[in-house]
Design a protein around this ligand. Structure first.
Ligand SMILES: CC(C)(COP(=O)(O)OP(=O)(O)OC[C@H]1O[C@@H](n2cnc3c(N)ncnc32)[C@H](O)[C@@H]1OP(=O)(O)O)[C@@H](O)C(=O)NCCC(=O)NCCS
Length: 158
């Protein structure tokens, strides 16, 4: 599979590319102001982008590191780059970075109907920890809280 270049989001200009991915992927996309605030929140808020050979941003993953927990806020890939391993590369890198910074577990929320994301996270060892009823809007839907413990131990995908 193509080796995507995974790098930390490094500048306010790169936020433009992340916003394009957000808008193509979510019904409630995060705004520029939200990302600018995240960039300022150093040591807690992190964002990695995946680029192709030409430096085009294909996807991104943002997360918070709070004590020993890595919380994935957003993970998305431009539609034309999907099913090419971008999200898997991002997730692998984010787990590695979080683990190196002391994370023991990872958590995230996902729409119940989001089969693509649920299958991806399952492959990375996540399982359902709880449900938040009607958590999402546009459309209203339950969130599944997924968790993976023992981040430092290699997970063997099925
Ligand atoms: C979910 C998403 C991030 C996956 O990105 P991606 O780069 O296409 O995923 P990858 O190519 O790395 O897929 C890795 C594995 O995840 C699973 N997977 C990903 N997309 C899938 C799909 N549409 N259907 C079934 N399985 C899927 C497969 O197991 C896949 O491995 P395989 O291709 O060898 O079968 C992408 O579909 C997306 O951006 N969706 C909209 C935003 C979103 O829902 N984000 C998640 C919020 S929690």
């Amino acid at each position: 599979m193509k080796p995507w270049v995974i790098e930390p989001l490094s500048s306010p200009e790169e936020i433009n590319a992340v916003l394009v991915v957000e808008e193509a992927s979510f019904s409630n996309p995060w705004s520029r102001e939200m990302y600018l605030a995240e960039l300022e929140n150093k040591g807690i808020s992190f964002c990695f982008v995946a680029k192709d050979d030409n430096g085009r941003v294909a996807g991104f993953c943002s997360f918070w590191l709070v004590l020993d927990e890595l919380h994935i806020n957003n993970l998305a890939v431009l539609p034309e780059f999907r099913r090419a391993g971008v999200a898997a590369s991002l997730l692998g890198r984010v787990i590695k970075e979080g683990t190196a910074l002391g994370a023991q577990r990872a958590t995230l929320e996902v729409r119940r109907s989001n089969d693509a994301a649920r299958l991806l996270y399952e492959r990375f060892g996540f399982s359902i920890a709880s449900v938040r009823r009607a958590y999402y809007t546009k459309p209203v839907e339950d969130a599944l809280i997924l968790c993976r413990e023992n981040l430092g131990h290699a997970h063997q995908p099925p």
